[in-house]
Design a protein around this ligand. Structure first.
Ligand SMILES: Nc1nc2c(ncn2[C@@H]2O[C@H](COP(=O)(O)OP(=O)(O)O[C@H]3O[C@H](CO)[C@@H](O)[C@H](O)[C@@H]3O)[C@@H](O)[C@H]2O)c(=O)[nH]1
Ligand SMILES: [Mg+2]
Length: 268
């Protein structure tokens, strides 16, 4: 019965994250229970979307449920991948305001209340940004990851004005999510796909600066394959966003060419 009051859903894609789930969930609800939290904890659900890790994650979630935390786990057995896990979570969410965050505590749970509260019918997208004022990356985040992250960010600049579409810490309103058609569920960059395909205008994006941490347990799943998928996704998004413009210029150029040819033939 309590579920009908759920207004906010926190979606956590997770693969072999058992060691992080308890601190993640208890810290999210700890932040929501603070007196200055703009969001009441009883209106929030947490959904873990796990890809059959079989590492005790299910049991950890069950014990958190017994302790009264509103958390559930979806175990996928036939699908894999971060982005498609997030899409699955958004499809299952009860809340109108939905947040996506990593399980490994790199996205600090203490920012969850502010992120959720930033979503509204006017701000249909919220982006946790690592490039805002007063925040910093953990100094232990490796140099090669910073280089990859900056490169990925630069390549996406013509697609969006958002300062950090790569942070992986973002939220979207359900009505905006439902507008996005043919999402690319491969790879890691579902936020970028949603920004473009849900046609989120710049004024509808709220940004919340956050300090990016380092993974506390387990290993990153970002591989070379994931990076290749990102490049494929960029090609698709450039085409999605600019093909109309390209076709328009080609048609104009063709008409101008035909017109010039006629003028030239008439002048002979
Ligand atoms: N269900 C599921 N979850 C996955 C999978 N691969 C990764 N995840 C989960 O997705 C989250 C991020 O994965 P990491 O392996 O920790 O990625 P990262 O290298 O730290 O990259 C993160 O930070 C980047 C910013 O530097 C982000 O750009 C990226 O999207 C991601 O959030 C973690 O909770 C992880 O368990 C998968 O195949 N299936
Ligand atoms: Mg990580």
């Amino acid at each position: 019965m309590a579920q009908q009051y759920i207004q906010y859903s926190v979606i956590v894609p997770a693969y072999r994250e058992n060691g992080n789930l308890r601190p993640l969930v208890t810290r999210i609800f700890g932040a929501l229970r603070r007196v200055d939290s703009p969001v009441p904890p009883e209106q929030v659900e947490v959904i873990i979307v796990d890809d059959n890790s079989r590492d005790g994650s299910v049991e950890t979630v069950q014990s958190l449920q017994q302790e009264g935390y509103n958390v559930r786990i979806i175990v996928r057995t036939t699908e894999r991948g971060l982005s498609s896990a997030v899409v699955r979570g958004f499809n299952e969410a009860l809340g109108d305001s939905m947040l996506c965050m990593d399980a490994d505590l790199q996205h600090p749970p203490e920012y969850v209340p502010a992120m959720l509260a930033s979503l509204s019918p006017h701000h249909t997208f919220v982006l946790g940004t690592r490039y805002g004022k007063g925040v910093e990356m953990d100094k232990n985040w490796p140099l090669y990851r910073r280089v990859i992250s900056s490169g990925a960010r630069m390549l996406a600049l013509p697609l969006t004005t958002a300062s950090d579409p790569m942070s992986g810490f973002f939220g979207i309103r359900k009505e905006a999510f439902l507008k996005a058609k043919s999402l690319n569920s491969q790879g890691f960059k579902i936020a970028l796909d949603l920004l473009i395909k849900a046609h989120i205008p710049a004024h509808a994006i709220a940004e919340v600066p956050f300090s990016f941490g380092v993974r506390s347990e387990g290993e990153s799943k970002l591989t070379g394959k994931v990076m290749v998928k990102y490049l494929e996704q960029l090609v698709e998004l450039y085409w999605y966003k600019y093909s109309g413009l390209l076709i328009f210029f080609m048609v104009v150029a063709f008409i101008a060419f035909v017109w010039l040819m006629q003028m030239w033939l008439n002048s002979l």
